[in-house]
Ligand binder design. Structure first.
Ligand code: NG6
Ligand code: CA
Length: 506
């Protein structure tokens, strides 16, 4: 089987389908707000991420691996649809109770894999909206949701953990919900005496710094208001343990089928509240303590593959949904304790930014026996998994689906001579008009309103005045420090035009 597969892979780059389709398992592990420099195989020195490092040592580590947006919802939207999020309205950061963003029956990565016989699941953070136009009814069957766009199973945190409610969605229902204690989510304070991060600030176990001052759960105030569902609520400290347990159980139950697991970890997104066993274990506070928790989770999942004897038949992709941020709304000390740690590695900007730090993030592929360990400088992005996994599994990309997904399958496997993308558009959130456009070694940066956010990650989130256009040579200047726009006017015009073409403004 391996031998046949190797032959088939060697031939497959130019062939639309395999003669004898292979069906390796696929696990995408997506971290949340993890920066390029947050792992010890990419520069972190003050703490270690041995399990992620091992994945890199056994696989291929990409120095130009990207997500397509510097916030969560648009990156996840692009991963699942293969379409740049800026093409669709309503794909910016989803609020609590947002309706489902990807319509039922849409062509998606999981639906494509399901159609060729894969068992599919998403475990972890969703943040792509749930329910019809009115949003989810938390006390009934919640539909549409992941099960309507190709996932056979879901075990989910509905949005992000700084948004209400703190409950698990198992397939279409809130887990452990007592019907006599319904969950109600509100946009406004539901009653005068409803305790919030404003009125009961002195009771909080972690204070807020901006936003995040509505309903309190587990001593942490959140974005949005809710009441009820007491028995269904989880403790923040237990999220990773629960997801790892559920993830492993699901893998075990599907070990004899080809399976696709989208494991969407929450670390190190706010509120950073890792399990007690990780607290205080790094010099930079809960942000990096929670990276230890993420690393532990990766180790557990990988150990399960080894134990089940399926590591050689499983392609693992490790990535992040956007770059790092220090203070994202809670006083967890990330900014004050950052010291010499550079979460974005050598890059400028982070979360919310279209500089490299916003989207150039950890990206590792491992497939024991099939990927030769090493480091690749090819440009690959999370949006490309759609078209690339189609090649891997001999699945068909539906007509018109995944318009922005590039087949970089050969590059993901480190095949000799296989190329990554030649160009990539980076966005921040929603329709700001800010874009990064990488074309080969060149990077055009566009800030329509002349304001850039989170340019220096190790400072408070702020807006910085910048020229509308900037041009950088990423090869000579990966940190985007020398604007070459005035020295390369013709190139700048060409890149601006090409960007407009891709974005659809021409
Ligand atoms: C912002 C939140 C931030 C985080 C982000 C989404 C405030 C002030 N800031 O609006 O804390 O939740 O949205 O992060 O509320 S993401 O990684 O899911 O995109
Ligand atoms: Ca994120």
């Amino acid at each position: 089987m391996r031998c046949l597969l190797a032959t088939v892979l060697a031939l497959s780059i130019s062939l639309p389908v395999f003669a004898e389709p292979s069906r390796p398992n696929v696990i995408i592990i997506m971290a949340d707000d993890l920066g390029y420099g947050d792992i010890s195989c990419q520069g972190a020195k003050t703490y270690q991420t041995p399990h992620i490092d091992r994945l890199a040592a056994e696989g291929l580590r990409f120095t130009s691996g990207y997500c397509t947006a510097s916030t969560c919802t648009p990156t996840r939207y692009s991963l699942l649809t293969g379409s740049y999020a800026f093409r669709s309205k309503g794909t910016g950061i989803a609020p609590p109770s947002a309706p489902a963003i990807i319509p039922p029956g849409a062509a998606t990565l999981p639906a494509m894999l399901r159609a060729v016989g894969y068992e599919t699941a998403v475990i972890g953070k969703w943040h792509l909206g749930l329910g019809g136009p009115e949003g989810p009814d938390w006390n009934a069957e919640i539909t549409p949701g992941p099960l309507d766009i190709g996932f056979g199973h879901g075990f989910l945190l509905p949005t992000t953990n700084d948004r209400v409610p703190q409950v698990y969605l198992q397939d279409r229902r809130v887990l452990n919900l007592d019907p006599s204690d319904p969950i109600r989510v509100y946009e406004k304070k539901p009653s005068e005496d409803h305790p919030t991060g404003m009125t009961h600030r002195d009771t909080l176990k972690m204070d807020w710094t901006h936003g995040h001052n509505h309903t309190i759960h587990n001593g942490i105030s959140r974005i949005g208001f809710y009441t009820g569902g007491e028995k269904a609520r989880f403790r923040d400290e237990d999220l990773a343990d629960e997801w790892v347990k559920r993830g492993i159980a699901w893998i075990e139950s599907k070990k004899d089928e080809p399976f696709f697991l989208f494991y969407a970890a929450h670390e190190p997104h706010v509120p950073r509240m890792p399990h007690e066993r990780f607290q205080g274990k790094t010099p930079h506070g809960f942000r990096t303590d929670s990276i230890l928790e993420l690393d532990w989770s990766v180790g557990q999942l990988m150990a399960a593959l080894d134990r089940l004897g399926i590591a050689e038949n499983t392609l693992v992709v490790f990535c992040s949904d956007n770059g790092p941020v220090m203070d994202d709304g809670y006083a967890d000390g990330a900014l004050e304790k950052v010291g010499e740690h550079r979460a974005a590695g050598p890059f400028k900007g982070g979360k919310y930014s279209v500089y490299e730090g916003g989207t150039r993030t950890p990206f590792i592929t491992r497939w024991k026996g099939m990927i030769a360990p090493g480091v690749s400088d090819e440009v690959v992005a999370t949006i490309d998994l759609y078209a690339s996994l189609a090649v891997l599994t001999a699945a068909e990309v539906a007509e018109g689906a995944a318009p922005d997904s590039a087949n970089v399958f050969g590059a993901l496997l480190g095949k000799a001579g296989a190329k990554g993308r030649s160009e990539l558009v980076q966005q921040d959130n929603g329709s700001s008009g800010n874009f990064g456009f990488r074309s080969g070694k060149w990077k055009l940066v566009r800030h329509d309103k002349g304001k850039a956010r989170n340019v220096v990650v190790e400072r408070l989130l702020e807006n910085t005045d910048v020229p509308k256009f900037q041009l950088f040579d990423l090869q000579a200047d990966p940190g985007e420090t020398k604007d070459l726009l005035e020295f390369q006017p013709e190139l700048a015009v060409k890149l601006k035009k090409r960007l407009e073409e891709i974005v659809g403004e021409d």
